[in-house]
Design a protein around this ligand. Structure first.
Ligand code: HEM
Length: 438
């Protein structure tokens, strides 16, 4: 008797949710269980599980993750609708509880709403970091960092020592950023301090990506049942401490005038400028740039090398191109890159197969929108499954095979104009726009 009552209740909840979905014409999707919704269907690898589900429900799919309505976008056409045609309507971010540590969500360029403050920060980055003057000025620093990586690899090779490529790529990308930002190398190839900073950055990125029951049921945020917020307070605090120490050191040493780096420019702008920059803004902007820039670059380099080692033929194509273009010169210059189409293609192919953010950085609908004949309610969370798009066999022949040459025969770029290939996202928030003068 009790069992049949329970079954009747569950059936009526499912029927009611089905009715509501039809009435509101939401995109189709698997039936959500009461309370937990579709959480169990995410599995251990959500990007793979959602790719699989979208084969049944289509490129615009609704899910209920706890109490959060979520839309999964899995085709280039739907990605174009979301990221380009309705960019403004989908310009919000869902804020994970972990990102609320130290008020990061209220300051971070990646999380604040698109508005006056966000535009000012983007303009600031474009002018102070990615302007042609700043990029040209930093070429020597970048050359030196790459030179140090090459020296380190040679040294290991001469001694017959194995190289931890992930660690080497991390040190190089981190020092490239720190030298551009502060004119110092923060870490060394092999040291305890490097290990600790690496663990801190990894701690921040990992905690931001850990599934948190409090994100599915915001009512639980204050309880922090998995202690995720507490752990993120620790990692964010440690990184902010390192950054604060560098900023304080510069302010105390009064050597601001002698440096020509991003920190000097920002401290100068703190003294009253159109940007209304505070100490906390500067500290959090560096946090944003380190978190956004180190892990993504490191894992791309690591995957590229892994694919090359697993595909000797592609490795020798890359080496041959380098030999013929660089010749006897010992080092590749940035100006050589335009003459290295195979190298460019293999980086694109790496990003296609091993995109660092499979769902990009999730967006949020800031208002109700109608797309493709479906209603997307305000506050819906939007996952653009760029991992699925990059491995869609109707777009990419032999999609799981590493074939850099497929990018030699098309003109696909990085800037989010081709929705088959969007590792950096698209629309106004697109990363290469920092540097593209828009
Ligand atoms: C392989 C390298 C990288 C990949 C694949 C990548 C990918 C992405 C993606 C997909 C987004 C979200 C864009 C959107 O919502 O449409 C993003 C945002 C962002 N990335 Fe990266 N990124 C990379 C490297 C970097 C680097 C080197 C930096 C800085 C030094 C950086 C800083 C940022 C920032 C600040 C944002 C937030 C932008 C905003 O919301 O306005 N990223 N990135």
């Amino acid at each position: 008797m009790a069992l049949s009552l329970l079954i009747a209740i569950i059936v009526s909840i499912l029927a009611w949710s089905h009715f509501r979905r039809r009435r509101r014409n939401l995109p189709p999707g698997p039936y959500p269980f009461p309370i937990i919704g579709n959480i169990l269907q995410l599995g251990r690898n959500p990007h793979k599980s959602l790719t699989h589900l979208s084969k049944t429900y289509g490129p615009l799919m609704s899910l209920k993750l706890g109490s959060i309505h979520t839309v999964v976008v899995s085709s280039p056409d739907s990605a174009r609708l979301v990221l380009q045609e309705h960019d403004q309507a989908f310009s919000g971010r869902t804020i994970p509880a972990a990102a609320e540590a130290h008020g990061f969500d209220e300051i971070s360029i990646g999380l604040i709403p698109v508005g006056e403050r966000w535009r000012k920060l983007r303009k600031l980055c474009k002018e102070q970091m990615f302007s042609a003057r700043r990029l040209d000025g930093g070429a020597g620093v970048r050359r030196e960092k790459v030179g140090r990586l090459v020296d380190y690899l040679r040294e290991c090779s001469a001694r017959g020592r194995a190289v931890d490529l992930g660690q080497a790529a991390f040190v190089t990308s981190f020092n490239l950023l720190s030298a551009t930002f502060f004119s110092v190398d923060l870490i060394e190839f092999e040291s305890d301090a490097t290990q600790q900073l690496k663990e801190t950055i990894e701690g921040v990125t990992k905690i931001l990506g850990t599934p948190n029951v409090a994100d599915f049921f915001p009512i639980l945020k204050r309880l922090d049942p998995q202690r995720i917020k507490k752990r993120s307070e620790f990692y964010f605090g440690r990184l902010l401490g390192v950054l604060g120490g560098i900023i304080d050191g510069r302010m105390e040493s009064r050597s601001m005038e002698t440096k020509n780096d991003l920190l000097a420019a920002l401290l100068h702008l703190m003294d009253g400028s159109e940007y209304d920059l505070t100490y906390k803004d500067v500290q959090h902007l560096f946090l944003d740039l380190f978190v956004g820039g180190s892990d993504s670059t490191q894992c791309t380099v690591e995957w590229a090398m892994t694919e090359l080692l697993a595909n000797p033929e592609k490795m020798s194509n890359a080496k041959n191109e380098l030999r013929s273009v660089i010749g006897e010169k010992n080092q590749v210059e940035e100006s050589d890159i335009s003459r290295l189409p195979y190298l460019q293609a293999l980086i694109k192919e790496t990003l296609r197969l091993h995109i660092p953010g499979p769902f990009l950085v999730p967006r949020q609908a800031v208002r109700e929108v109608e797309i493709g004949g479906y209603v997307i309610p305000q506050h819906s969370q939007i996952f653009v499954n760029a991992w699925a798009i990059g491995r869609d066999s109707s777009i990419w022949p032999n999609p799981t095979s590493f074939e850099p040459k497929r990018f030699l025969n098309n003109n696909m770029g990085f800037k989010g104009q081709d929705f088959e290939f969007i590792p950096f996202g698209s629309g106004e928030k697109n990363v290469p726009r920092f540097a593209s003068g828009r």
